[in-house]
Design a protein around this ligand. Structure first.
Ligand SMILES: Nc1ncnc2c1ncn2[C@@H]1O[C@H](COP(=O)(O)OP(=O)(O)OP(=O)(O)O)[C@@H](O)[C@H]1O
Ligand SMILES: [Mg+2]
Length: 370
């Protein structure tokens, strides 16, 4: 079995990774998870759901082995948390493992809960959590952040049952657990979840001084400031070159009965204004669908962001997360450099990740593979 340290050092040796003392500092914690997973008895496996077990009730199925203690890895942007999570995914010697963006996972959970509730079941969380546990013994969540009250109110029970079912959770986050769902509605109901994380997961900070996204080679210019007439004509010229259709047409995606519209589209190259994308009540599912539908996206007129356009700013953060995850190439005009778009006030913290990503997305090698 390879351990995470070996994979990391192999990456350094091959020149893919720059040695980083803080990253090396958290490798033992990752190795510990992989080692314990290797040593733990195989999980109970999928519960039988045939007629017999229904008859005798689930209480009679053997209790799953206790979950190996997982890891909550948190720290600043671009420090390498997601990269380290990829390494543990590779190293962990379990067949049923899954890495998923936390947003995307919660979308799935909410949809599954809705489906179960329609059948008239009172407690929907338990069957849904069991379904998840059947599919994965190791769950890696990238970017745990909780901004939605519906998510905030169920994660505690969800995780509790996942742990009971023997699932090991490794997660990355920009925030220390105590700051999750900070200032959220009904936060007191959320606090047991924080206690649960502390109890069932090892919490480790990645304190690297290096944002590995900075100092990349930039590609051609793809970020035009300020968003004035000059930027407009530069964007138009790029659009002429990349959207090579006789007549670009709008693209309308259907997401859960909602319509998500890109005003202009041509062969996986799309164009919209900031307001087209962020002024309508769109959410993660819509942006994931959009990110899936294009390889390159033009966004015109990203304004300065602040508390005064907080909802639009929040959607923009979600949009960039989706575009980043899907490696969509972004061409934009904006009021300022990413780091200065959201200078202060509530929401500025979340925006640090967005700014760091916008930087990385300018890189010459950015884009969907193939
Ligand atoms: N030691 C390293 N050497 C070279 N590149 C690295 C190193 N660590 C990370 N990177 C690269 O830097 C970029 C940022 O790393 P990563 O995405 O893992 O950061 P992160 O901590 O998850 O950031 P965020 O909080 O924004 O999600 C990635 O492209 C990653 O591959
Ligand atoms: Mg990350």
């Amino acid at each position: 079995m390879a351990n995470v340290s070996d994979l990391y050092e192999a990456g350094v040796k091959a020149g893919r990774l720059k040695p980083d003392a803080a990253q090396r500092g958290v490798l033992p914690a990752l190795d510990r998870v992989a080692r314990e997973l290797a040593a733990a008895p195989p999980a109970a496996g999928p519960r039988k759901s045939g007629w017999l077990s229904k008859l005798v009730g689930n209480g009679n199925s053997p209790a799953p082995a206790p979950a190996v203690r997982g890891l909550y890895l948190w720290g600043g942007v671009g420090r390498g948390k997601s990269m380290l999570m990829d390494l543990i995914m590779e190293a962990a010697p379990v067949a049923r493992k899954r890495r998923v963006h936390f947003h995307e996972f919660m979308q799935e959970i909410q949809a599954a809960l809705e489906a179960v509730r329609k059948t008239g079941q009172q407690d929907a969380v338990r069957p849904v959590a069991r379904q998840v546990a059947e599919q994965a013994r190791l769950l890696c969540f990238d970017e745990m952040q909780i901004t939605d009250i519906a998510d905030a109110m169920i994660v505690g029970r969800l995780f509790q049952i996942l742990f009971e079912e023997g699932v090991t959770i490794v997660t990355t986050s920009n925030r220390v657990p105590e700051d999750l769902y900070k200032n959220g509605l009904n936060r007191q109901l959320f606090l047991p979840f924080i206690a649960l994380i502390r109890e069932r997961m090892e919490v480790t900070e990645l304190t690297s001084a290096t944002d590995h996204r900075q100092n990349r080679d930039e590609g051609g210019q793809v970020w035009f400031i300020p968003a004035d007439a000059g930027a407009r004509s530069a964007m138009d010229a790029l659009w002429q070159r990349l959207a090579d259709c006789e007549r670009p047409a709008p693209l309308v995606l259907e997401v859960k009965g909602r319509k998500v519209e890109l005003p202009a589209h041509c062969d996986r190259v799309g164009r919209a204004s900031f307001w087209d994308l962020c002024a309508k009540p769109l959410g993660p599912a819509d942006y994931l669908a959009l990110a899936d539908a294009v390889d390159t996206l033009f966004i015109d007129g990203i304004p300065r962001l602040s508390m005064s356009n907080y909802n639009e700013a929040k959607r923009f953060v979600t949009l960039i997360d989706a575009l980043y995850e899907a490696r969509v190439r972004l061409i934009a005009s904006a009021a300022d450099e990413p780091e200065r778009l959201y200078a202060e006030g509530e929401g500025a913290f979340e925006f640090e990740r967005t700014a760091s990503r916008l930087r990385e997305m300018r890189g010459a090698d950015w884009g969907k593979p193939g």
